[in-house]
Design a protein around this ligand. Structure first.
Ligand code: SER
Length: 874
């Protein structure tokens, strides 16, 4: 049965049992605790926990999964993968153990007709109930039922947080037959048994303290790798021989003609790694991951580079992975149309990463290999972590790649040393970024004592509040006098502290007989809003009531820029696809900067389209609304969250039109308030990282006005109305070119005449030569002149001197026969340069010298005559 039929049969079988078929979610999950969708149950988590209501209590999915837990085994066994399709049936508080087991058995043995005597099953050590069902209800002989511990038969929680739904599980293994080794039981290390299906009885939630708490409802989560199922139903003994891989591995071998000479074991390993990693790459990129140095991008980079390196082992030189993508599409495209839809995008990303790696690989490999030789000569078994870090830092070698290459030479890498260097580098980065006088330490006590500041600035622009604390040069003080600078902490404030790219507010704090100017607002510690200020009148005392007033005009301009950022984000996703991820932003009064992941720069046309689209959204004048909601609800509503950003349980969603983002910033009330939006530039700021700078509101209008001013002034200068400026300019340029040509013709005529009058002054002794002063000629004219002179002299030596734009210049030319006789223009020029208090030099045929303004050109020419006449060839 081919894999398309298997997908169909699986869904069909469970639909027949009342399950709702749901589509696969992206490999980049909405769940901020997970880097990747690593199991079929990821989209079910909230249902299992009872946080959300499922669309149906029984569901069936074929989920794209990516996990790196087994990456080191990929290629070394016939069954491990990073990317896989997981067939799963789920029950949310509906059926439990017995039905899950009955369904699984029936599907494998009846629907697919797999022989029961090739199966083994496992149950959790303490799970008598599961064992009883297998033995009594299904009729599996007890000798084929194996009890195993937590490591094998307790699944979850998913991810690395250690909290979430989990439970004991029961696995079904298939015996691939004696070709793959001696008789084996589940739990043995053997390639002969292939675990096919994992049935998880999700009845617990693991809490942060490690306790297992029973869930209100019992759930079922099963997962069966499609690749493994295809292997056993197609009667092959390795995943890589199934129809999901065969065309791909054939194509790799086809490319790697030299692979035949490589030992079979090594060839097989490389083939499998390339095949698996290439599938993973295609799907990750299709879901919006781009290679980078952190987070998901780093994992992807590792995977691509690993595959690339295995290609080299097959004798593949240079980028090749992108050429195999059509094969991945061929195997998987019918089930995953995104591969074709984003085909060109995926190809470019992969090719660019390969090229980037190719460039660094050669240098890095050389360094690494010589280091390894050195270490082996010294009989070392560890490679210092610092060396691995240098490779990472200089050549972009992922630690795992270095480890892998080192392992081939029998060495391990000292991870601690690597981590130490990495931490030190990050620390340096952090230290550089820390704001002076805004260190966190004195504020921790403040937070404990006084609690959090209340931010009132979403609704109001002014509020009265008690001054709870003052700081001066990082130390707590009780008052600040006129002229002093410091930081103030209020019980409540409308001032927005810099966060999420939005800059801090400015304004005034007023009290009876006193006033302070707020220069900036910062959050040195979550929950604390600090006003950095200068007292301009009176004395500020802790305990007094102050009236905090925002600089409203500035804040409104910030609001406009923030809303513009959301509109730009929306327009970018419309233009480039939903994989486009925001990578950072800066929101200032009427000015914004937006960083995003994309593999190449935008074309002029695309920039214009973006700008127009944002302006269109502005003209729609849609209202901007905000809502507080739970994280789950926000995710369901499709709000975009930034990965890596920490969000609490309660989040704020900012919505306008189709744009929905998790955002704590302040915004315009309607898009129309933005007025106008203008992109000033689009640049690259890192690998796959682009930046858009833009203006909105008054900033954009001022820019347009400034540009019009320039245009009008320019038009005035060339005496033409601005609308005719381009024609006029091109006419002027044309005229200028014509004049230049005329001028050059005139110059050349003059130079020829000059040559014929100068040539009469030639001397014949001791060799034919001519020394002349030709003030006003630049070096180019002197060269042309010397060409004519040499031509008329037929052979000889020419020295020309000129004062051009106040500076003395000398040119020396020597004809070929005099060069053979030992004359050297460059050396002569060098001598003469000394007379000019400057420098000189050049080739035997032509030398030049120059000097400071006022240097004696006459004396230099005199010296030239003397040197030639006395034939003291310099
Ligand atoms: N969650 C389990 C697994 O990933 C079963 O679906 O293996």
């Amino acid at each position: 049965m081919n894999s398309n039929q298997l997908r169909h049969e699986f869904t069909h079988y469970f639909e027949g049992k009342g399950h709702l078929a749901r589509p696969s979610i992206s490999l980049v999950p909405q769940d901020p605790t997970l880097l990747f969708t690593s199991a079929g149950m990821v989209p079910m988590k909230a249902y299992f926990l009872g946080q959300e209501e499922p669309p149906c209590r029984r569901m069936v999915t074929i989920q794209k999964c990516f996990r790196t837990t087994d990456i080191d085994n990929v290629g070394r066994t016939p069954r491990h993968l990073t990317f896989l399709e997981m067939l799963g049936n789920f029950s949310v508080g509906d059926y439990f153990k017995e039905d899950a087991i009955v369904f699984a058995w029936e599907f494998l043995t009846r629907t697919l007709g797999l022989p029961p005597n090739r199966m083994w099953v496992t149950v959790f050590r303490e799970d008598d109930e599961a064992e009883r069902i297998w033995a009594e209800k299904i009729g599996v002989t007890r000798s084929r039922i194996v009890r195993l511990g937590e490591a094998d038969n307790f699944w979850g929680p998913v991810g690395t947080t250690g909290v979430g739904p989990c439970g004991p599980c029961s696995e079904i293994h298939f015996d691939l037959g004696p070709e793959l080794g001696a008789e084996a039981r589940p739990g043995d290390e053997s390639d002969r048994l292939m675990e096919v299906w994992n049935l998880v009885f999700m009845e617990f939630n693991k809490e942060a303290d490690g306790r297992l708490v029973s869930l209100a409802q019992k759930n079922i989560d099963t997962g069966m790798g499609l690749e493994r199922l295809a292997t056993v139903t197609q009667g092959v003994n390795s995943i890589f021989l199934s129809d999901l891989f065969r065309p791909l591995t054939d194509a790799i071998l086809e490319l790697a003609k030299r692979a035949e000479n490589i030992p079979a074991g090594q060839r097989e390993l490389a083939l499998r790694v390339i095949a698996d990693h290439l599938r993973a790459t295609a799907f990750l990129v299709a879901d919006g991951v781009v290679p980078s140095n952190e987070g998901r991008g780093y994992v992807l980079r590792r995977v691509i580079r690993r595959a690339y390196r295995h290609g080299r082992r097959l004798g593949l030189k240079g980028p090749f992975l992108h050429r195999l993508l059509p094969e991945v599409q061929g195997c998987m495209g019918s089930a995953y149309p995104e591969l074709a839809e984003r085909g060109e995008y995926i190809r470019r990303i992969v090719q660019m990463e390969e090229q980037r790696f190719q460039a660094t690989l050669e240098g890095g490999l050389e360094t690494l290999e010589s280091l390894l030789v050195d270490l082996m000569a010294k009989h070392r078994i560890h490679m210092p972590g610092e060396a691995a870090f240098r490779l990472y830092d200089t050549f972009g070698f992922p630690l795992e790649l270095t480890e892998e290459i080192a392992a081939e030479a029998g060495l391990t890498v000292e991870r601690e040393g690597f981590q130490r260097e990495m931490n030190a580098q990050q620390e340096r980065g952090r230290a550089a970024m820390k704001k002076v006088g805004m260190a966190a330490s004195p504020y921790t006590a403040l937070l404990e004592e006084k609690g959090k500041s209340v931010f009132t600035g979403y609704e109001s622009t002014e509020s009265s509040s008690t001054l709870l604390a003052l700081f001066h040069l990082g130390r707590e003080v009780s008052s600040l006098a006129t002229g002093e600078e410091g930081e103030a902490f209020l019980a409540e404030t409308p001032f927005y502290a810099e966060k999420g790219g939005q800059v801090g507010d400015q304004g005034k704090l007023l009290w009876e007989e006193g006033k302070a100017e707020v220069l900036d607002t910062q959050t040195p510690l979550e929950g604390i809003i600090l006003h950095r200020l200068r007292v301009v009148e009176g004395t500020m005392n802790v305990g007094q009531v102050v009236n905090a007033q925002l600089d409203l005009a500035r804040r409104l301009a910030i609001d406009r820029a923030h809303t513009a950022t959301h509109l730009l984000h929306q327009a970018l996703r419309e233009l480039l696809g939903p994989q486009t991820a925001q990578a950072g932003s800066l929101v200032e009064p009427d000015r914004l900067r937006f960083d995003y992941n994309h593999f190449c720069g935008l074309e002029e046309r695309e920039i214009r389209m973006l700008e127009s689209r944002v302006n269109e959204l502005i003209r729609l004048d849609q209202s901007v609304s905000t809502a507080e909601m739970g994280m789950e609800e926000a995710k369901r509503s499709g709000a975009i969250a930034l990965f890596g950003e920490k969000y609490g349980e309660g989040v704020r969603v900012v919505q306008t039109g189709k744009s929905r983002e998790l955002c704590g910033g302040t915004h315009a009330q309607r898009t129309g308030q933005l007025g106008f939006f203008s992109i000033t530039q689009e640049t690259g700021v890192g690998s796959n990282l682009r930046r858009i700078d833009a203006l909105t509101g008054a900033g954009a209008v001022e820019l347009a006005q400034g540009q019009r001013d320039i245009l009008e002034q320019a038009a005035l200068m060339i005496h033409t109305p601005s609308r005719l400026m381009l024609q006029k300019l091109s006419k002027l340029l044309q005229e200028k070119e014509e004049e230049r040509k005329k001028m050059l013709a005139l110059r050349d005529r003059y130079l020829r005449q000059l040559a014929s009058s100068l040539v009469t002054r030639k001397r014949e002794e001791p060799v034919r030569h001519l020394v002349a002063r030709v003030d006003g000629l630049d070096i180019e004219a002197m060269t042309i002149l010397s060409d004519s002179l040499l031509e008329s002299l037929e052979k000889g030596l020419v020295v020309l001197g000129s004062i051009f734009e106040e500076k003395p210049l000398l040119l020396v030319r020597v004809s070929a026969d005099l060069v053979s006789a030992g004359y050297h223009a460059g050396q002569l020029a060098k001598e003469l340069g000394k007379v000019l208090e400057g420098s000189g030099g050049g080739r035997p045929e032509m030398g030049r010298a120059g000097g400071k303004p006022g240097a004696p050109i006459g004396a230099a020419l005199e010296k030239a005559r003397e040197l030639v006449a006395t034939d003291s060839r310099p």
